[in-house]
Ligand binder design. Structure first.
Ligand SMILES: N[C@@H](CCC(=O)N[C@@H](CS)C(=O)NCC(=O)O)C(=O)O
Length: 215
């Protein structure tokens, strides 16, 4: 039975999972889900994910929610050591970037993406956006430092660290703010563009979200 991934393709949290499923060459079906009022609020969906958010992944009798938990599950169930090593210390080198992406980079990104792109122009808080932009630049510089001596965030191979961080970049450089990537980050981004999963799922049109504050 194929794996089912619930989530709208315009959600970067869903995109991470779809990209990784593609890297693992999994047999999966994506159900476009979310955005419509009755999707995540339905009683049936509440039983799958009490948080009422996408992505949700169903693998036979197993239901998994929270995008990074899904990525870890897929890596352990279907991946090899490349994505998330069994060795606890080696795994921590990757997992700290996954956590950093969610707790540090994501809020900065959201401040720009929601604050600027998703908020109608007349409602924007320009000083808050400016602060989030500075914060994004700070995060990009941390990535630039990390990439000083390697092709990917961890050594010279694609891992869950890259996937969880990189979903923000396509949007950052494709909103009308002329955000430029530091040079090593730019080279890394071009390397990621060679991945079919990144191109198909992450580099996809998100203009439906412009000026739209509801999901
Ligand atoms: N921390 C959660 C966040 C999930 C989340 O906020 N998902 C949003 C989309 S990015 C959502 O479900 N929004 C409701 C909707 O799209 O209908 C995760 O990583 O899975």
């Amino acid at each position: 039975m194929p794996i089912t991934i619930y989530g709208r393709h315009t959600s970067y949290n869903v995109q991470k999972v779809l990209w990784f499923a593609d890297e693992l060459d999994l047999n999966f079906a994506q159900i476009e889900f979310g955005s419509r009022p009755n999707d995540t609020e339905s009683a049936a969906f509440g039983k799958l994910n009490p948080m009422r958010k996408v992505p949700v992944l169903i693998d036979a009798d197993k239901v998994i929610w929270e995008s990074n938990a899904i990525l870890r599950y897929l890596a352990r169930a279907y991946g090899n050591d490349q994505w998330l090593p069994h060795d606890p210390f080696q795994a921590s080198l990757i997992e700290r970037w996954m956590d950093w992406a969610q707790t540090r980079f994501e809020p900065a990104f959201v401040g720009v993406f929601w604050g600027h792109y998703r908020t109608p122009e007349s409602n924007r808080d320009l000083s808050a956006i400016e602060q989030s932009l500075d914060d994004c630049k700070f995060c990009l510089q941390k990535l630039e430092d990390q990439l000083a001596d390697k092709d990917y965030l961890i050594d010279n191979r694609l891992t869950l660290a890259d996937i969880t961080v990189a979903v923000f970049l396509y949007r950052l450089v494709n909103i009308d703010l002329n955000i430029s990537l530091p040079s090593r980050v730019q080279d890394w981004y071009q390397r990621l563009e060679q991945s079919a999963g990144f191109r198909q799922w992450v580099m996809s049109d998100f203009s439906v979200l412009k000026g739209r504050l509801h999901y």
